[in-house]
Design a protein. Structure first.
Length: 314
C-alpha cells in the first residue's frame, strides 16, 4: 500500500487502516490527489511544528486515503548541529546496519581534512546554518531522523542491485508527487529551467548569481518557492539529493557494513534537467552507505501520532 510509512523496515510499517475510508460513502476519492472529496486526513492541519518547535512538517495525503508527515525542507546545517550537540556520542545507530562500524557522527563543518568538506570548501560559506546539511553518510542521516522523532523516508524497492526491505511503499516519491508524476510543479512532466536548483548553467551566470561564486552549489533551503510539491514540501527536486531508507546487501548477503549501496532521491544542483534521478518517481541514485558527498543531504518522514490516526478514523 503506497500510503504506508516505512519506519525501519517491513516489521514496523505502520498501517493507516484505510479500509474504513474505502467503505464510507462520504469518503470517496474521485480522480486523484487534486480531487479528494472527504479525505480522512482533512481533519488534520496541512502542516505542524514538531515537538521541539523547530521543524515544520507538512501533511502528505495519498490517493488511497492515508497520510503521513514529511519535513517541509531539507534538514539544515543548524538542525544537524543541534543533533551533534545533543549526542556527542550518539546512541541509536541502526543496530543491524551501522552499529558494528559507525562510532561517531560525521561533523562536516569541523572536519577540515575530510575529502567532502574539502570539496565543499570551494563554495562560498558551504556550511551556512540555513543551507542543507550534506557530507553526511546514510547512518548519520538515519540517526538524525530518529533522534528528531522521525525516520528516513522509504525509497524505491525491487530495483536492480536488490534492495532491502523489499515490497515496501515509497513514501519519498509519494510525497514528492502523490499522483505519480515526474515533477512536483507545472504540468508534472515538463522540465522548467530555474524552477528548482537543478540544471542551472555556470556559463550563463545562474549559479554565480545565486551563490555569488563560480561553482554550482546548494542554496539556502526554501530559496526556490516554485519548486514546491502539492503538499507544500520544497526542494524535493534539486538543491541536494536526499538519503532514503532503501539499501542493498553486502558481499556476504547481509545488510551490515559501510559498503552496501543505499539510495538517495530527487537529484541535486549538480544534475541536468534531463537526468531521470532528478525526478519524483525516476530511478534513484545509489552510493555506498558510508559515502559522504557535497551533493547528498536528507529529509525525514513521520507517521501520524496515535491521536491523529484516531481522528482520521472518525
Amino acid at each position: 500500500m503506497r500510503g504506508e510509512v516505512l519506519r525501519g523496515g517491513p516489521a514496523v510499517v505502520i498501517s493507516l487502516f484505510v479500509a474504513a475510508f474505502v467503505a464510507s460513502s462520504a469518503c470517496q476519492v474521485v480522480a486523484g490527489y487534486q480531487t479528494f472529496k472527504g479525505h480522512p486526513c482533512d481533519v488534520l492541519p496541512a502542516s505542524k511544528v514538531d515537538e521541539d518547535g523547530l521543524d515544520t512538517l507538512v501533511l502528505s495525503k495519498q490517493p488511497d486515503g492515508s497520510c503521513y508527515w514529511v519535513d517541509k525542507t531539507e534538514v539544515t546545517v543548524q538542525r544537524y548541529t543541534q543533533f551533534l550537540a545533543g549526542h556527542a556520542t550518539p546512541i541509536g545507530w541502526d543496530h543491524d546496519r551501522c552499529e558494528s562500524w559507525k562510532t561517531a557522527p560525521s561533523d562536516p563543518a569541523d572536519e577540515t581534512d575530510d575529502p567532502c568538506t574539502l570539496a565543499a570548501s570551494a563554495e562560498s560559506d558551504p556550511f551556512r546554518l540555513t543551507k542543507p546539511i550534506r557530507c553526511v553518510d546514510w547512518c548519520d542521516a538515519r540517526a538524525f531522523c530518529q533522534w528528531a522523532g522521525k525516520d528516513l523516508c522509504g525509497g524505491i524497492t525491487n530495483t536492480p542491485g536488490v534492495t532491502e526491505p523489499s515490497d515496501a511503499p515509497n513514501p519519498w516519491a509519494s510525497a514528492c508527487s502523490p499522483e505519480g508524476l515526474s515533477l512536483p510543479y507545472g504540468n508534472g512532466s515538463t522540465f522548467v529551467s530555474g524552477v528548482c536548483n537543478v540544471g542551472l548553467s555556470v556559463d550563463a551566470g545562474q549559479c554565480r548569481a545565486l551563490d555569488h561564486e563560480e561553482y554550482c552549489a546548494p542554496t539556502d533551503v526554501d530559496s526556490f518557492p516554485g519548486c514546491t510539491g502539492p503538499s507544500g514540501m520544497v526542494d524535493m527536486i534539486g538543491n541536494v539529493s536526499e538519503w532514503v531508507f532503501q539499501c542493498g546487501y553486502n558481499s556476504d548477503g547481509g545488510i551490515d557494513g559501510p559498503d552496501p549501496l543505499c539510495q538517495h532521491q530527487g537529484g541535486s544542483f549538480d544534475n541536468s534537467l534531463e537526468d531521470v534521478t532528478a525526478t519524483c518517481w525516476g530511478m534513484a541514485a545509489i552510493d555506498k552507505r558510508a559515502a559522504r558527498d557535497r551533493r547528498i543531504g536528507l529529509r525525514c518522514c513521520a507517521s501520524l501520532t496515535e491521536a491523529e490516526h484516531n481522528l482520521t478514523m472518525q
